[in-house]
Each structure stands twice: as C-alpha cells, then as structure tokens.
Design a protein around this ligand. Structure first.
Ligand code: 3H9
Length: 719
C-alpha cells in the first residue's frame, strides 16, 4: 500500500501502491503513517519524496470507503504531521493529484510535477468538499479568487497552470520522481517554516464580501439547489477570516453536513455509474473485457444535417478520416462550410490546429467502398434508411460496419436488408452530436460482439459516454421520454401552465423544464412522428374521440400548437414566445394561455390548482416506471445505465443521481404508492400503472439500486 525505500543513501522514497489510482484507502493511510514515522525517526534520512506507482501520484480519498464507517488513521492529522515534520518532503506528481492526492501535495514542502500531470480538487463534483485541509491551504497558497474557482468547480488544471499559480515548484519532462529526489537533496539545509502552507497568511482581497457574493450568485445560477459549492464558499471564507486551527474546524463541520447528504450519495453514485455503464455484457457471455474491438481508421457519414455534421466533427476531432456524403450539391456545400466552421472554432477554443485534412466531402456513395465504418444519419424515415442500407451493402467492402444514428427505429429491420446483419449496430448520438456526451449503442439481436465492442470503443475515442442498450422503439432514452412528456401535457389539460411545470422541474434541478426543452429541440419533429403513427392528422378516423387514441388518454394540445406554425425557438413561437425566430429568451405567451382556456372549456375540463409536488411525482415517477419496464424487458442491463443515459442525454440533475436512483432515494414503496394513487385517478394512462418489477422490488424489501440486477437477471434480455 506504500513502499518504503532509501535512495541516494539519505532520501526516503515513499511510493503509494494502490492501483489503479493510488487512492488513499485506510490501508494506504496506515502504511503512509508508518513510512513517515520511519523516515522522520531514521537519522540517515535527511529528506523524503512521496510519489505514486504506475505514473499516477494519487486520485484522492478512496470513494468506495465513503459508504461505510471510517476505518484506519484519519487523513487530516496524517497530513498535518507531514507538513509539521522537520525534514523536507517533496511530492513527485505524475499522472494525477486529485482531491486528497492534491491535499497531500499541498502539505509537502515542495512539489515537482511532470508536464503531463493534472491537479485538482474535484470533491465538489462528489457532493463534498476538500476536507483534508484543501479549503484552508489552497487559498493561503494562491489567494482567494483562484482558490474559489478551483474548489467550487472541481476543474482539473495542467502542471503548467499549477506552476503559474504557485502550486508546484518545478515542471519537468523527465521522470518526476528522479527529479524530486535530486531536488530533495538540495532542499536539506533550507529552512522549512515558509514552506508550511498552513502557516501562511491568506492574501485577502479588500472586497472579500463582494467577491464571495458574486461567486455565490454564479454558483446558485449554475447549479441550482446544489449544496456542495455553497459549502465550499463558506469554507474558503473561513480560510480568509480565521486562523488555520479554526478554519480547519469549520471545514470539518461543513464536511459533516455534506458527507451523509442525499446529494453526496447521488453524486458519488453517478461517479461509479458512469464507469459501470461502459462495462457492457450480453446474455451470450460476450462482454466488454472479452470482446476485441476493431480498429477504426476511416469512417463515413451519410447525411449532413444537424446530427451528421456533429458526428463528422466528433470523428475528426478523434483523429479519424471521415468521408461525408450528401445527396445534393447545395446541401453538400452548406454542410461542408458548416463542418469546417465548427471544427475551426473548436480547434481555436482548444488551442490546437483543426484537423481539416481528415475530411472529404462527396455526392457519391461509391467513394465509401474502402471505409472501415459507416454511420447513416439521414432523415428519420424507415423506407429511406432501408434504401441507404441496401445501397451500402452493395458498395462497401464486406467487412465494413454499418451503423445507424436512428433515434428510435428498428435497428434489426435495417440489419435485415443488408448482406451483413452481424455488422449492423445503432449509434444513437444526441444533438448537437459534437457537444452532447451520450451515445446509445443499440445492439440488434444479430449484432456481433465484435461490432458492439467496436461501436463502444469508437464512442469512447470520440469522448462519449457510451451505453449499450437493446433494440425497441425509442431504445432507452426516447422510450422513457414519452410518459414524461405525456404527463406534462396531461397536467396542462388539468390546469397547469407550461411555465408552472417548467419551474417545478427547474427547481428540481433540470437545466430546462420540459416545455422549454421541447421548444429548443423543435416541436415539429414529434408532430411528424405522431402524424406518421396515425395519432393525429387527416388519417385519424373523425369518429375517434379527440382525447383518446388506441383506448388510452391522448392530449391533442401539442398538435394544436404545431397547427399554428409554432415549432419552438426556430419559429420564434412555441410553448413560449421569443423575440425573434432563433431567439432563446422564453417569455410566457398569452396566446398559449388562451388556447389552454379554450381547450378546457371545449372539453368541459374544470381547471384545478396543481401543486409542484404533483408535477414532480407525475412526471418523474412515470419516467422511472418506464425505466423499470425497460429493465424488465432487458433493454437496459442495469439501472445505472438508465441513469447515465438520463444524466448525459437529457439533463437530469446529477445531484439527484438519475431517475432510477432518485426513485430509490424517494423510497420504492412511496413511488409505488403514488403511482397506484395516480393510476387510480387516471386509469386510462397505462404508464402510471406500476410496473411488475417495481412491485417485485418493493415485495423484496426495496433493495439498494446497486443490487436490483440480481432481481431482474432471470428476466428476458434483449442485450
Ligand atoms: C477526496 O479526496 C476527499 C478528500 O478531500 C478528503 C476527505 C477527508 N476512489 O476513472 P477511471 C476507480 S474525494 C476509489 O476509469 P481514468 C474507478 O472507479 C476523492 N476508486 O480511470 C475505476 O474503477 P473500476 C477525490 C476510484 O484513468 C478505476 O479507479 N478524487 C477513485 O479514466 C479507474 O478509474 C476524485 O474525485 C477513487 N478516488 O481516470 C478523483 N478514482 O476499474 C476521482 C478512481 O472498478 N477519479 N477510482 O471501474 C477520477 O477522476 C478518475 O478516476 C481519474 C482516472 C482521473 C483519477
């Protein structure tokens, strides 16, 4: 857990050995305490170097230990003892120094960092704060404004930035550990008092209150309802206004309020869920660690609409050659100019050169014969997609993978028209594809494990969070969206307004409520799908009651909004009004209010006062209920996958953990009881009928979300 060696006859080299990130587990803390004691007591030792094995200094406290009682020596006294020691201690930072790892570096008297190292205090992203002195030492070292920014955002910084800020003493391109040993030998005779950061006086700006006020406002705006950044600000205030001994107590009190909070549990769950989601597995036994992906050097995109353009940019950014295909010269030219502009802006922002040499634009599918992989991103029309796949089958070499970016059509039906169904898979990107992190990899029943592994690995290379899902209408994300949207429109019928529903959801933590989000996405897409599926439009039998379809409740208000040419932001009118087409400043529209009033009076609906609690329960419990059905149907392998999809694809607030985790936090029994209640009140809404899996889990005593999988593994899997 920590290796102790004597090097150069007088330097104690302590190496943290807890792969993969050398987290400060109780065993590591124990071994470190022993090693430090040995170093300080051994007269032969004149200096100490601390480093981490495998080129990684330390990823911080062991987050897995947070769920249980504290065992082993606590970190704060251990770090205080390192700083107070009479022999110089040098941190040799390679890889990462994060959280407690960074705090460890802060107590070392000197820091040497490899030029590729990254440092940061990401505790805030886990719902806690840097509670091993980080909130007290960093402001003393680099000042309040810079420390506030790093601590409240959790941003990682490069070694060069750390050098500029005065956090590290030297950046090296050589082995940081060897450089640190030499540095330590030179530091032996130097006085240490000025190197003990806790003894420094915090450089305090004259307008401290005003500064803290501004940062508080910013944080509240960015992360509505999230506790940790606000606690971080209070801790930094303590660093500015109190001596270290009192500040550290304040830090510890604030940590205590956060540590057992639901938000901390949710954020830590998200951390692990994100990592679990990449570990896909099929009933055949094929899984992430026994299926080899193919190497993808070249790819083609068919269709240069919004999605296609974003995918081209993501691929080029990942260093993959891309051929982009359009059907008409004008569309090709427009798409090309937009892609080039996007890549150039992106490269400028990242300070790199745009990889334009990787791009080729063409009108001919014949140019695709040698590519490794094709992603089809044409209009969402099954007949058109089938024609494209048939054509690709003829043109591309037999080994080329054929992927579709459909957001909900049957991937297997597309595979069926090709000569290689095992090489067909869905790659469902989210718009805008070069920004949104989520990728649903849709496994058809005939997709081979190599094909899935390749799509998952390509997603990772493109910087996406990839989740393997089964093939059903809407897959996971869009399938769950339907009951959520339905509930929102039913609530409009019953008396709510778009702004009331949005406010309730935004207060819950969504960046955008459902109606603002729909206006942004465009209302015409859903309208076209409803027309195509016979729910609205001229094909509907006039004898069909307007508020019922296929024996279920149906809300025609979204169709009425679209009939008025209100397609959302792009037309300057939707559920809200905007200053101009393309405007983003949403204002409540009296015309929508009139429309709702007329609608209710036409159908003799007595509007009622609807509470925010009902809005949240109806929208979010219906969402989770569909998630339970998705688990039952084997469309998602585990609740973590669903949550990751909602976190990265649909803006579900991270501090709530995702819809499934949120349901578990509310209590499955309560979710079941509320769904039963709402279903009784609305028996013509099947989505409100509690799913069998939810009932089964409640009957099993509502086990923790991490163990639900054991209760569903006997069910049929589409993965
Ligand atoms: C803290 O320090 C509190 C203190 O202020 C003081 C308290 C008193 N613990 O991400 P990867 C696992 S809070 C336990 O895929 P990468 C991870 O789950 C901590 N496990 O690798 C995964 O496991 P598996 C503040 C951890 O190369 C494996 O390691 N620190 C921890 O893409 C590989 O991880 C942080 O927030 C941990 N601390 O990225 C840093 N870290 O193989 C959190 C990782 O079973 N960590 N694991 O799936 C990271 O940001 C990234 O893991 C890191 C490496 C950048 C280090």
């Amino acid at each position: 857990m920590a290796r102790y060696e004597l090097v150069k006859r007088s330097v104690a080299l302590i190496t943290l050995t807890n792969p993969p990130v050398n987290a400060l587990s109780s065993a590591v803390r124990h071994a470190m305490a022993k090693s430090m004691e040995q170093a300080l007591n051994d007269p032969k030792v004149t200096a100490v170097v601390i480093c981490g094995e495998n080129g990684r200094f330390c990823g911080g406290a062991d987050i897995r230990e947070f769920a249980g009682p504290l065992r082993g020596p606590p970190l704060v006294p251990l770090l205080d003892a390192i700083e107070a020691g009479e022999k110089p201690v040098v941190a040799a930072i390679e890889g990462v120094a994060l959280g407690g790892g960074f705090e460890l570096a802060l107590v070392c008297h000197y820091c040497i960092a490899h030029f590729k190292a990254r440092l940061g205090l990401p505790e805030v992203t886990l719902g806690i704060l840097p509670a091993a002195g980080g909130t007290q030492r960093l402001p003393r070292l680099i000042g309040i404004p810079a420390a506030l920014e790093l601590i409240t955002t959790g941003r990682h910084i490069s070694a060069q930035e750390a050098l500029k800020l005065g956090i590290v003493d030297q950046v090296t391109e050589q082995n940081a550990c060897e450089v640190a040993v030499e540095f330590a030998l030179r530091a032996v005779a130097k006085p240490l008092s000025s190197r003990r950061v806790s003894m420094l006086t915090t450089p305090c700006p004259p307008d401290l209150d005003a500064l803290l006020e501004v940062v508080t406002m910013e944080v509240k705006k960015k992360a509505r309802g999230v506790m940790a950044p606000l606690a971080c600000i209070q801790a930094v205030r303590a660093a500015a206004t109190m001596p270290y001994s009192k500040g550290i107590k304040r830090e510890s009190e604030l940590m205590a309020t956060l540590f057992n909070s639901g938000q901390a549990r949710a954020l830590q769950y998200c951390f692990f869920a994100q990592r679990t989601a990449g570990k896909w597995t099929l009933p055949s036994g094929a899984q992430w660690n026994n299926s080899k992906p193919r190497e993808i050097r070249s790819a083609a995109i068919i269709g240069l609409g919004t999605m296609g353009r974003g995918i081209v940019v993501s691929l080029a950014r990942a260093g993959i050659s891309v051929i982009a295909v359009e059907s008409e010269k004008k569309l090709l030219e427009t798409g090309k100019q937009m892609v080039i502009g996007m890549l150039e802006r992106d490269a400028k922002r990242r300070g790199v050169s745009a990889s334009l040499n990787l791009l080729k634009f063409t009108l001919s599918l014949q140019d695709l014969k040698d590519v490794d992989l094709v992603i089809e991103a044409v209009f969402e029309d099954m007949a058109l997609k089938k024609r494209v796949f048939q054509e690709l089958s003829k043109v591309c070499r037999p080994a080329t993978l054929l992927c579709t970016n459909t957001s909900g059509l049957d991937v297997d039906a597309l595979a069926g028209v090709t000569d290689r169904p095992h090489l067909v898979v869905g790659m469902h990107f989210f718009s805008p594809a070069h920004v949104m992190k989520l990728l649903e990899v849709v496994c058809g029943p005939r997709s081979s494990s190599e094909t899935i592994a390749t799509a998952m690995s390509l997603g990772k290379r493109m910087g996406k969070v990839s989740v393997a899902v089964g093939n059903c209408p809407g897959f996971v994300g869009n399938r769950m969206l339907k009951p959520y949207l339905d509930q929102a429109t039913f609530l409009l019928e019953e008396g709510a307004t778009p702004e009331q529903i949005d406010k309730a959801l935004e207060d819950f933590g969504f960046a955008m409520g459902v109606f603002r989000m729909s206006d942004l996405a465009g209302l015409d897409v859903g309208w076209r799908i409803r027309k195509e599926s016979g729910l609205t439009g001229p094909d509907v039998d006039p004898k069909n009651p307007p508020r019922r379809r296929h024996g279920r409740r149906y809300c025609p208000i979204p169709d009425m909004v679209c009939e008025q040419g209100r397609f959302g932001q792009k037309t300057g009118r939707g559920w809200y009004m905007y200053d101009k087409p393309g405007g983003t400043n949403a204002k409540p529209d009296p015309l929508i209010q009139n429309l709702l009033e007329m609608y209710r009076s036409r159908y003799a609906i007595q509007p009622r006062n609807i509470s925010d609690k009902e809005i949240i329960e109806r929208c979010l419990f219906a969402l989770a209920n569909e998630g339970f059905r998705i688990l039952e149907d084997g469309i998602a392998a585990r609740p973590e996958d669903i949550d990751v999809i909602y976190l990265f694809g649909y803006g579900f607030p991270r501090h709530r953990g995702g819809p499934m985790f949120y349901a578990s936090m509310v209590g499955l029994e309560r979710v079941l009881e509320r769904l039963e209640h709402y279903h009784q009140a609305h028996p013509d809404v099947p989505h409100l009928e509690p799913s069998p899996l939810l009932k089964k889990l409640v009957a099993c005593g509502s086990p923790s979300v991490q163990t639900w999988r054991e209760h569903i593994k006997t069910m049929h899997s589409h993965l």
